[in-house]
Design a protein around this ligand. Structure first.
Ligand SMILES: *Cc1c(COP(=O)(O)O)cnc(C)c1O
Length: 387
């Protein structure tokens, strides 16, 4: 019997070292990492700024408690609010927990308005995490199966359908928030248009609802701006992030703005580890590096470079139907399911994955070089052509 609980289907490879966009396995073989631990290592592996920050912090102070002031936590909150235009931050250890905080803010916001059973609108094909509330908010029956009863208080609408939201709001005066991803990372890289997101913002304003964006995957420079919403000229009431924030050190954040920022009061929510000195030292190093090295700019440039490269290289192939996403969050939609593509890419020394059966997902480090992008274009195109 395996000592590790059998919750993952794993590829037969073990990595022992990483440097930049490259990983080395136990046999000494090198792989180009176009997945970054699923949008986590945005700075690449073993980035010196993060290594130095957590080494220094570990030698100084790893943990105290949220019953005291934490200097690194305040520094990270200041940096995130300055960059995002949000007002304040609650720190967690993961994306799911950041979303739990958002869901609790929405429910409390409703209760404060006198709504006894507040409802949150969520989207088809959404992914918000694996805890019971975020599992309920997730729009994937396969992920939910076997874990009922799920929570009350969620109403699902089709993604990218503003008319559907209108009609649900008409029939349900108890809706308090709309929760969605700007790009559905697990849901086939479906990408919301600027017009749709702006229309959701307007609907939330008109109906006194919280607009809550899940930027767990799209945040931290991934789409070419620090948060994806910053490309669309509005501010959400709540935005969550995690993945890229610690470059591998577990940390999540729930940011709030305006009327959402003072909903939670002392005693309403908490976390033992959330925002501890070690995790926040990593977060500060990540945010500073994204700014100092203009990694948002590089994500835009390399994102365009990859898109153009694939369009050129696969111009004559019917296999590539569409390229989704923004910046270095990219989905290549293939005209057939490609269940073995991930393992075939591994054979060729490239790490990527496939979501929704037929969408090849690329999430390379934000500091990807042009020659690394060329290798990704060549290898992925070969794999797609040989399907
Ligand atoms: C990964 C992800 C989550 C869950 O984050 P965990 O850290 O695994 O809990 C939630 N929402 C989105 C959009 C994600 O991509």
């Amino acid at each position: 019997m395996q000592a590790i609980m059998n919750t993952y289907g794993r590829l037969p490879v073990t990595f022992v070292k990483g440097e930049g966009s490259w990983l080395t396995d136990t046999e000494g073989r090198r792989y180009l990492d176009a997945l970054s631990g699923i949008a986590v290592c945005g700075l690449g592996h073993a980035h010196p700024a993060v290594t130095e920050a957590i080494t220094r912090q570990a030698g100084q102070l790893i943990h105290t408690s949220n019953i005291y002031n934490i200097e690194r936590q305040q520094a990270l909150a200041s940096a995130l609010t300055r960059i995002s235009g949000m007002d304040n931050v609650f720190f967690s250890n993961s994306g799911a927990e950041a979303n739990e905080a958002a869901i609790k803010i929405a429910r409390k916001y409703g209760h404060d308005k006198g709504i006894a059973e507040p409802q949150i609108l969520v989207m088809t094909k959404a992914f918000h995490g694996r805890t019971m509330a975020t599992l309920t908010a997730t729009g994937n029956a396969k992920v939910q199966e076997g874990f009922g009863p799920l929570l009350n208080g969620f109403i699902r609408v089709p993604y990218m359908d503003i008319i559907a939201i209108h009609s649900v709001l008409k029939a349900n005066p108890d809706v308090v928030a709309i929760m969605l991803e700007p790009i559905q990372g697990e849901g086939g890289l479906a990408t919301a248009s600027a017009e749709y997101l702006q229309a959701v913002r307007t609907l939330c304003d008109d109906n006194d609802l919280l607009m809550m964006l899940d930027e767990v995957q799209t945040g931290n420079g991934r789409t070419g701006s620090y948060f994806c919403y910053q490309q669309f000229g509005f501010t959400p009431d709540v935005v969550t992030t995690a993945k890229g924030l610690g470059n591998g050190v577990p940390i999540g954040a729930c940011l709030a703005h305006g009327k959402a920022a003072d909903v939670l009061k002392p005693g309403n929510h908490g976390s033992t580890y959330g925002g501890n000195p070690l995790a926040c030292a990593a977060g500060v190093a990540v945010v500073e590096t994204i700014e100092n090295e203009d990694l948002c700019g590089n994500a835009r440039t390399m994102g365009e470079y990859l898109r153009n490269g694939f369009r050129e290289r696969l111009a004559d192939s019917e296999r590539l139907q569409e390229i989704r996403g923004h910046g270095l969050m990219m989905g290549l939609v293939i005209n057939q399911d490609c269940p073995s593509l991930m393992a075939d890419a591994l054979e060729k020394g490239l790490l990527l994955n496939v979501t929704s059966g037929n969408v090849v997902r690329l999430l390379p480090p934000l500091n990807l070089s042009q020659s690394e992008a060329d290798q990704i274009i060549a290898t992925v195109s070969e794999l797609i052509e040989s399907l």
